[in-house]
Design a protein around this ligand. Structure first.
Ligand SMILES: Cc1cc2nc3c(=O)[nH]c(=O)nc-3n(C[C@H](O)[C@H](O)[C@H](O)COP(=O)(O)OP(=O)(O)OC[C@H]3O[C@@H](n4cnc5c(N)ncnc54)[C@H](O)[C@@H]3O)c2cc1C
Length: 501
């Protein structure tokens, strides 16, 4: 081991969780190296692809003002509401069908506000998250659904600010550096084997933080763990998250944890590229379905499109699209809701058809059973409780009644031309399975004992998300655990050093 290749803490990964760990370890006095598998221009993992939204506990204006400078006019025009710890815990419990690890959930929730403030203190700028999380009512924006802030510049802005802070505080970063194995010694994990430009090297460290993301970009693992058909899903984010961090940890004795067959997956442009594109981060999203119907190749609806706000259903509906014949579906609507279409539906390359009659529309869709399609729309239109007014801003209760699969809210008739349809498939965001950690982010073995010197944060941690996910919790969880991991790894490095001395 050469002296120059030794660090207190090596962080594997170059996304938000890794950067939080590195910044935190550095501020606790450790020398830190980040190993990022991607080249510099593609750095930042899935974090760079995000909208930068953070779900944190807040009590309205008072907390938001600590992050964002607001003018008097803005203060007068925005109602941030509040999002309590109890609501956050309820949301995490409810959407994960009460599988989520209560200790991990408590940690994320209770540390959320201070951690966002900590990021702000390190140069991350925040702005109100209007987009899908606020609506305008009588001239005022009203937030709903728990997320009120996002990093300025979205995910790219977030990771650029974090890399800038890392450089400022003396964190070393190596790009195109793929960690391939953890090195074990008498004190536990003592380093990392890394491959760069085909050359292998062993780097020593007193502690290692794993933050290398999930396995969503690994076709073979997707099929193996998520099940048949998942090889065909489109990857919404980075191509570099192939499960390396999880594999290295398992090889070192870590306990697999969480829902290995589960993932976050959404409705996504059917003919999108296989991996995400940082320059067109949102162009392929298809999130308008609460106001539309979704029809499969058999010409049938297959899910309650209006079960809840998009925020609480989008992450699980990708799987349902994947399960349809041919793994595709169409979002179908008419001129009455065109004004609600988000920008992404207007992007170039969208698989879109339009017609003045439903018969022509289904003929243009080509791969949908025409007679069944027409019957489905007829029955759907007839089942709508039209006396209930449509209101996109609340769960309006404008539902259908008597269908095999009813639509619970926002049931708009499809009868006023032009008629429009968009083809979608499943886009996978990230996987839920990973390794087990405790609330100090120590990676645990099969007997729940910590593997000395090994910490983990971010997507590769299992146990937090099952079946579904409350929007904007991923960055939050990665930041909370990344920050803890950096602090704990630095403390471990100090004690390892004093034992050695
Ligand atoms: C399109 C999209 C939008 C999203 N929007 C949001 C949002 O608004 N809010 C939210 O909370 N969440 C959002 N998410 C989810 C969010 O991206 C994740 O929860 C979060 O970014 C995970 O952070 P991470 O640091 O664990 O992983 P990542 O950011 O994916 O980082 C993993 C890193 O590990 C590196 N790596 C992989 N293997 C190796 C190896 N062997 N050696 C070295 N490095 C390696 C990768 O290159 C990458 O840099 C979104 C995801 C996508 C794809």
């Amino acid at each position: 081991m050469s002296a120059e290749s030794s660090y207190d803490v090596i962080v594997i990964g170059g996304g938000n969780a890794a950067l939080c760990a590195a910044l935190s370890a550095r501020e606790h006095g450790a020398s830190v190296l980040i190993l990022e598998r991607a080249p510099e221009e593609s750095r930042g993992g899935n974090s760079a692809f995000t909208g930068g939204g953070f779900r944190m506990v807040h009590h309205g204006l008072e907390d938001v003002k600590k992050l964002i400078e607001l003018s008097e006019a803005e203060i007068a025009n925005i109602d941030f509401g509040e999002y309590t710890a109890e609501q956050y815990l309820d949301d995490l419990g409810r959407v994960t069908q009460y599988n989520c690890d209560p200790d991990l959930a408590e940690t994320v929730v209770r540390r959320s506000t201070e951690t966002v403030q900590w990021l702000h203190g390190r140069g991350v700028r925040f702005v109100p998250r209007f987009g899908m999380y606020a609506f305008k009512h009588e001239g005022r924006y009203k937030f709903f659904g728990g997320t009120v802030v996002e990093a300025s510049g979205g995910g790219r802005g977030l990771v650029d600010a974090e890399y800038k802070a890392a450089a400022k505080h003396g964190v070393e970063v190596r790009y195109r550096a793929r960690a391939t194995a953890l090195l074990r010694g008498p004190r536990g994990i003592e380093g990392v084997r890394v491959e760069r430009d085909g050359v292998q090297e062993e780097l020593r460290a007193r502690a290692v933080v794993l933050a290398a993301g999930g396995f969503e970009a690994n076709r073979e693992w997707r099929t193996r763990y998520l099940g048949p058909g998942w090889d065909m899903a489109k990857v919404r984010g980075t191509r570099y998250n192939t499960g390396d961090g999880i594999r290295m940890a398992l090889d070192a004795g870590a306990q697999p944890h969480g829902q290995w067959s589960g993932c976050h997956a959404v409705s996504w442009e059917r003919h999108a590229p296989d991996y995400g594109d940082l320059e067109a981060r949102t162009a392929f999203s298809r999130n308008g379905y609460p106001f539309f119907v979704m029809i499969n190749g058999d010409g049938k609806r297959f899910v309650d499109e209006g079960a809840d706000f998009r925020n609480y259903t989008y992450a699980k509906y990708g799987r349902i699209v994947l399960q349809q014949p041919g793994s595709y579906a169409w979002h179908v609507f008419d001129s009455q809701v065109v004004h609600l279409l988000r920008e992404e539906y207007r992007s170039r390359g969208a698989t879109r058809v339009e017609a003045d009659t439903l018969e022509e529309l289904v003929a243009r869709m080509e791969d949908v059973h025409p007679a069944q399609f027409l019957q489905t729309i007829r029955e759907y239109n007839a089942a709508i409780r039209r006396e209930v007014p449509f209101n996109p801003n609340i769960k309006d209760g404008r539902r259908t009644e008597g269908l095999a699969i009813d639509k619970s809210n926002w049931a708009n008739s499809i009868e006023k031309p032009p008629f429009i349809a968009y083809a979608v498939t499943c886009g996978i965001t990230f996987t839920f399975g990973g390794v087990k950690i405790d609330t100090s982010t120590r990676v645990l073995d099969i007997a729940d004992a910590p593997l000395p010197g090994l910490y983990a944060a971010g997507e590769l941690v299992g146990g937090l998300f099952y079946y579904n996910y409350p929007g904007s919790s991923g960055l939050m969880a990665g930041s909370v655990f990344g920050r803890i991991a950096g602090r704990e790894a630095a403390a471990h490095a100090r004690s390892a050093q004093s034992v050695a001395a």
